[in-house]
Design a binder for this molecule. Structure first.
Ligand code: ZN
Length: 461
């Protein structure tokens, strides 16, 4: 079985470029079913032909648990009553019944939709549709419509396996569980897995377990989850903890997260954290097979996000394993004297390809390329008064540089973790903390938290 240590998530079509340019730096790619459903043709030729990478399709069935979040938001910021186009395309593949609930009955899916005989039939149909969508969409589309059709046909028949049209694992429908709802949803979640295991024999069927953070504080529920999911015989697990920002939560959560992984690991199946930071990368030395991040922003994610906010430039600090606001990064580098010349920058901050291009004879000025912005002024009305607001948006070039620097550093992190010992990792965290806490204060406290949690792991190994 192939293990995919370094997964990246492609969130939008505009990120294709980075997935292509960096394709030698990660192991597999994850995309959401709604993007595939909405742009089937271009996404199929991208994944199936242009990019020869193993991939995974997240079926996103949890989204149906919140009808309000499926709706388009219009420009006036009032929510319309139309379901987002990409969700609607996905629903078409998932079957009449679910489409009817969302688009005709206009409501969230509820756990009791799956109760009783008719509920069971619904769960089975949904499971088949969801798996078939992942299994067949790219293959069918690539063969039928793409300019590569004949080539793919030839490759498939010659059995050389140079084309990659099937996800490396298939995910049955899954639903989000909180402390209050776990008893309602766990039976449906596990039944869907068992059904898919039976119906699609020979395929790799992975469970996606999506829970809220509070569950981590309740060992009884954690044990229940481990027991129930172990009984499904799933071939592997994807874990998603709602809004689990590993840099912003205390030791209790991190220790209990490890407790969950440790118990789930008794099944000897791969476990992936689907939104993870450097902390999860460190866990790939044991406990985790791999972890996934997005294009700068996907190191944690809320199940039902609360809106975006305005984009700001952030610079990933390699030693701190964290993105800092550009101005904070600049202050830190100036205070440390790292911008004195390119030598001090390359040896103390970063010597990735992007930094080597950007930082030259005048690092203080050169570094500003990561923080370039355009200002836009517009008018706002409050009552009968009108006033103007100016907002700064990072330039396309600055965003591009920050992202490339981030992607180079992520790759380095995976490499660093696999080629160093636990003690080396702890040492690095402690040194990074000592080196930065005088300037950044409690904002870098997580480095010591991580060091303590990792130290505890090594005592129990
Ligand atoms: Zn760099």
């Amino acid at each position: 079985m192939t293990i995919y240590k370094h997964l990246i998530r492609m969130g939008t079509n505009s990120e294709k470029k980075y997935c292509r340019d960096f394709q030698n730096q990660y192991d597999a790619i994850v995309i959401n079913a709604n993007i595939l459903a909405h742009t089937t043709s271009s996404m199929s030729s991208f994944l199936g032909c242009e990019l020869s990478k193993d991939f995974l399709i997240d079926p996103q069935t949890y989204a149906f648990q919140s009808y309000g979040n499926l709706l388009q938001s219009s420009k006036s910021e009032k929510t319309s009553t139309n379901v987002k186009k990409s969700i609607s395309s996905m629903l078409t593949s998932y079957g009449e019944k679910i489409k009817n609930i969302i688009e005709v009955e206009k409501r969230s899916i509820l756990y009791n939709d799956f109760l009783g005989k008719s509920g069971e039939i619904f769960l089975h149909e949904l499971s088949e549709n969801v798996i078939n969508f992942q299994l067949n969409t790219i293959q069918n589309q690539s063969l039928e419509n793409s300019e590569y059709g004949e080539y793919i046909q030839y490759e498939l028949s010659s059995n050389t396996q140079t084309v990659n049209l099937k996800p490396f694992a298939l995910i049955p429908p899954y639903f989000y569980m909180t402390e209050n709802t776990v008893d309602n949803w766990i039976p449906h979640n596990t039944k869907a897995i068992k059904y898919c295991k039976e119906k699609f024999q020979g395929e790799s069927i992975y469970a996606q377990i999506v829970i809220n953070k509070e569950i981590l504080l309740n060992n009884l529920i954690l044990d229940k989850i481990v027991n129930e999911y172990s009984l499904t015989n799933a071939d592997g697990y994807f874990i998603w903890i709602d809004g689990f920002d590993e840099k912003n939560i205390g030791q209790t959560y991190l220790n209990n997260f490890i407790y969950l992984l440790k118990n789930l690991n008794k099944n000897n199946k791969p476990i992936y954290q689907i939104y993870g930071s450097y902390f999860s990368i460190m866990l790939t030395k044991s406990y985790l097979s791999g972890t996934c991040h997005g294009m700068e922003y996907g190191e944690d994610r809320e199940v039902f996000p609360v809106g975006g906010g305005i984009p700001v430039s952030k610079f990933y600090m390699p030693d701190l394993h964290k993105r800092l606001l550009y101005r904070d990064a600049l202050k830190f580098l100036l205070a440390k004297g790292y911008l004195i010349n390119k030598g001090t920058y390359f040896s103390n901050v970063c010597n990735c390809k992007t930094c080597k291009q950007v930082i030259n004879n005048n690092p203080e000025i050169d570094f500003s390329a990561f923080g370039d912005f355009n200002s836009t002024t517009f008018k706002r009305k409050a009552g009968n008064k009108e006033y103007s607001v100016t907002m700064d948006y990072p330039t396309t070039e600055a965003k591009d540089l920050c992202l490339k620097h981030y992607l180079y550093n992520k790759t380095k992190e995976y490499e660093y973790v696999s080629s160093n010992s636990w003690q080396d990792l702890i040492q690095q965290l402690k040194e990074a903390h000592t080196n930065s806490c005088k300037i950044l204060g409690d904002d870098v406290d997580y480095l010591l938290t991580w060091a303590n949690v990792i130290q505890k792991i090594t005592l129990n190994l």
